[in-house]
Design a protein around this ligand. Structure first.
Ligand SMILES: [Fe+2]
Length: 192
């Protein structure tokens, strides 16, 4: 896999330094490690596998961790914009259908930003047939099967600490103000 570049240098609520540390160091690190795991998997010993400890097990546990780290970060960076963006279209209809209003959804999504240790994900759940908010405490713990990422918010301290210190609520407000609703709408376009 390759590192996908950011489509902006800074955002109204996030500085270039905050974004570059997050993107160029942390996210890029997951891409590097995932590629390393893929290479090592080609020569790993399949005979001495074990559920307590084996090289095969450790590689595949970290394969999930790094790949989810990549996918969640790419969705997160891509669902923010430095351009004005207004919620409309399919996503507005789906949120109103599920929560009654966009505001009610946003209250729950923002509260989950305080409750989660890692990620808040608005997902389309194919089994339930509608949108749901989910939290992932770690990249590979909390993901729900048969769901599609629609809007991803990173609430690990590394996502905001340089700009907001411990004021996570202010970071969540800043995130909500720079959501790229065009990108979000493309992710749900096929639900209509
Ligand atoms: Fe992150």
């Amino acid at each position: 896999m390759e590192v996908k570049p950011l489509k902006y240098k800074e955002l109204p609520g996030l500085s270039t330094k905050q974004l570059s540390e997050h993107h160029d160091v942390l996210y890029a690190g997951y891409v590097k490690k995932f590629n390393e795991i893929v290479e090592k998997s080609k020569t790993v010993d399949l005979e001495s596998t074990n559920g307590s400890y084996s090289e095969l097990r450790e590689l595949f546990v970290e394969k999930n961790f790094t790949l989810n780290g990549i996918k969640l970060h790419e969705s997160y960076f891509d669902n923010m914009t430095d351009q004005p963006s207004v919620i409309d279209g399919t996503i507005k209809t789906l949120l109103e259908k599920r929560w009654g209003s966009v505001e009610k959804w946003q209250v729950e999504f923002s509260a989950l930003g305080i409750a989660s240790r890692g990620w808040v994900v608005l997902a389309f759940d194919y089994q339930l047939g509608h949108l749901e908010n989910y939290i992932y405490d770690v990249h590979n713990q909390g993901g729900v099967a048969d769901t599609e990422l629609v809007l991803v918010m990173d609430v690990y301290e590394h996502a905001y600490f340089l700009d907001y210190a411990t004021a996570r609520k202010d970071y969540i407000s800043a995130f909500m103000a720079c959501v790229d609703w065009d990108v979000v709408n493309k992710r749900v376009a096929h639900q209509v």
